[in-house]
Write a protein that binds this ligand. Structure first.
Ligand SMILES: [Mn+2]
Length: 353
């Protein structure tokens, strides 16, 4: 999926960063970072990559050795069923590397301690930083992932009937996404009925839908390795309370104003403040209890985030959600969410057809 040319480009960028920091090697242990670099999905803890000026070494399970040698002829593949981190340390010594960096935030206690004891240097999250700005190929996949999520919403909405349980609705949606090519959900599908919609992190349950209740769904899928995230809410029945209609429109305006505020060079904190200010001005500030949005990519929560304390400045290629909400405990809540991509001049909504 990631072309050889693109892999080599990413490695070149990383090597330049290492040079700037006076490092001559980098350990990559996080399996999503590895997937970002190579486009090959290792399970967590299976593989250690060692990048150095002369190339890339991959310490991985024996069973991958032959297929990976064929797939990545430019990578040195070492099949080992244990002690892969120690093998990376030994290799660094053989290569005469003097300053090898590792991303301490992504190591477990055992491997982090080993690298530290071996004189490796704790560095920032180089690959997390690269992952914040998506290239055209990544945006194309994110667009597909978000389109599947949107189509799932369109598919399920008319099928939802009084008496169905939250679990039944979630199951139908997840089946639909799988048939469309999704490998998994991007997080646990949230389906909420009635008073459950007032809980932003409701756990989907056996609760059955009654006539004249609020419905809220927050879900997404993983498609070709990339996540989508969408939230929709509406009133089920013909007796929609005035207050529901009112808060729905406030939230929708906040969603639109947040997206309209997004463009390269703007502070993500300002995007949050724009949508939050609109909800506060309408008198519901105390009922919007979470951040406006978060980055989306190979993981469902990435940087940058649209929140009240971030110092992030939006860049072209960031993919980020806008998801304002108003929650009235014991009654109902509304959250409306789109995943957006920052363009040259503004933001495009990905969660659409
Ligand atoms: Mn979200």
């Amino acid at each position: 999926m990631v072309s050889q040319q693109r892999i080599l480009e990413k490695l070149t960028v990383l090597k330049e960063q290492l040079k700037e920091e006076g490092l001559d090697g980098l350990i990559i242990t996080d399996n999503i970072d590895q997937f970002y670099i190579l486009g090959f999905y290792f399970y967590p803890g299976e593989t250690v990559l060692l990048l150095h000026e002369g190339g890339l070494v991959c310490f991985t399970r024996q069973l991958y050795e032959a297929p990976l040698k064929e797939k990545f002829p430019f990578v040195q593949i070492v099949g080992l069923d244990k002690e892969r981190a120690a093998a990376a340390v030994a290799q660094a010594a053989r290569l005469g590397l003097k300053r090898v960096g590792f991303d301490a935030e992504k190591e477990n206690y055992i491997t982090g301690s080993l690298f530290k004891a071996s004189g490796f240097v704790e560095t920032g999250s180089h690959i997390s930083l690269l992952r914040q700005v998506k290239d055209e190929a990544e945006i194309a996949v994110l667009r597909d992932s978000c389109r599947i999520a949107y189509e799932t919403y369109e598919y399920i909405k008319p099928l939802i009937k009084t008496g169905m349980s939250e679990f039944e609705v979630a199951a139908e949606m997840e089946k639909f996404m799988r048939i469309k090519g999704a490998s998994a959900t991007s997080f646990l599908t949230i389906i909420a009925f009635g008073e459950n919609t007032a809980n932003p992190h409701h756990e989907t349950s056996h609760r059955k839908l009654k006539d004249n209740e609020a419905v809220l769904m927050d879900f997404g899928c993983i498609y070709n390795g990339y996540c989508s995230d969408i939230t929709r809410g509406w009133w089920h029945g013909d007796k929609e309370p005035e207050e529901y209609t009112k808060i729905w429109h406030i939230v929708d305006k906040a969603r639109q104003s947040g997206i309209a505020a997004e463009r390269p060079g703007v502070a993500a904190q300002k995007v949050d403040a724009t949508a939050r200010g609109l909800i506060a001005a309408a008198g519901y500030g105390d009922y919007f209890t979470h951040r406006l949005g978060h980055g989306v990519g190979m993981e469902i929560h990435e940087e940058p985030c649209n929140d009240q304390t971030t110092t992030a400045i939006l860049k072209k290629g960031n993919v980020i959600t806008v998801e304002p909400g108003i929650y009235l405990p014991g009654k109902f809540g509304v959250r409306l969410e789109d995943t957006t991509v920052i363009t040259d001049t503004g933001a495009d909504i990905l969660t659409r057809k």
